[in-house]
Design a protein around this ligand. Structure first.
Ligand SMILES: [Zn+2]
Length: 266
């Protein structure tokens, strides 16, 4: 019952325009400095993968498969990882391949917004410390579990020098097992500057998202869209490949800034 309902919901949202919906949510003050997409960007999207690396540990891990798939497409990704699903899965290897980690708390569940501000901040910091220790890299991005962000959560994020990112290409891929539909929907939503959200596949759990990711990467490549990390797209460090059909010279993209209403923030 859930899958047809979600398909219906996201088909409607896609028709309305998920970027437009993100813009509307960014009018809510708590989300005014959340990145939903990046403006002034050409030729790239930010690819983000949530929850993994693997809740079942090495037994169920598909980290190697995902890394080789990304490498085949010269794609880089921000993994919004739950610190609980990270141990001994080669987080340093992920960073060495050019990807980055974002903080998605210890696990993706409801309830963080109900914590006292100091409790949330402690949990956020603990999760950050685990991710940084495992990966050996600085965490710069945060994605609130279930997308629920309160103003006190937001203050804690700012104090830890993190930025909140959601996205404008999303369709509950974790719950809809039809990989073909997931890929088609995400490709319909994604355009230059988009933040694409998928969930980490693992053996026996959301395994279909590997197939969806395969099709999404192919579809984006076919349209000349390259996947980069949030940090890269935000800094405008991404360059068009020399083989880009759009032109010969390698031009540095001027990513103006992630979608943020600076005025509303004050
Ligand atoms: Zn999640």
């Amino acid at each position: 019952m859930l899958e047809p309902a979600l398909k219906c919901l996201w088909t409607c949202a896609t028709a309305v325009g998920t970027r437009k919906l993100g813009w509307l949510v960014s009018r809510i003050s708590t989300y005014s400095d959340t990145a939903f997409y990046f403006e002034g960007v050409e030729g790239v999207v930010a690819l983000t993968i949530d929850d993994g690396l693997a809740r079942g540990g090495v037994e169920t891990s598909l980290v190697s498969e995902v890394l080789s798939l990304l490498e085949r497409h010269d794609a880089r990704c921000t993994f919004f990882v739950c610190s609980k699903y990270l141990a001994s899965l080669g987080a340093d290897r992920v960073v060495a391949a050019g990807h980055e980690f974002g903080n998605h708390m210890e696990e993706d569940k409801f309830g963080y917004s109900k914590l006292m501000p100091d409790e949330f901040e402690r949990a956020l910091k603990e999760s950050n410390d685990v991710i940084e220790a495992e990966s050996g890299a600085t965490v710069r991005w945060f994605r609130a579990p279930q997308g629920v962000l309160t103003s006190s959560m937001r203050r804690a994020i700012v104090r830890l020098k993190l930025r909140h990112a959601i996205g404008d290409a999303y369709c509950d891929d974790w719950a809809v097992s039809d990989a073909d539909w997931v890929a088609r929907t995400l490709l319909r939503q994604a355009k230059a500057g988009s933040i694409v959200i998928l969930h980490m596949p693992e053996r026996g759990h959301r395994e279909h998202t590997l197939e969806a990711l395969t099709m999404v990467l192919q579809g984006l490549s076919d349209r000349g869209l390259k996947c980069v990390t949030l940090t890269e797209i935000d800094r405008g460090e991404s360059k068009r490949g020399a083989g880009d059909p759009g032109g010969g010279a390698v031009d540095v993209l001027q990513a103006s800034h992630y979608h943020v209403n600076i005025m509303a923030k004050r």
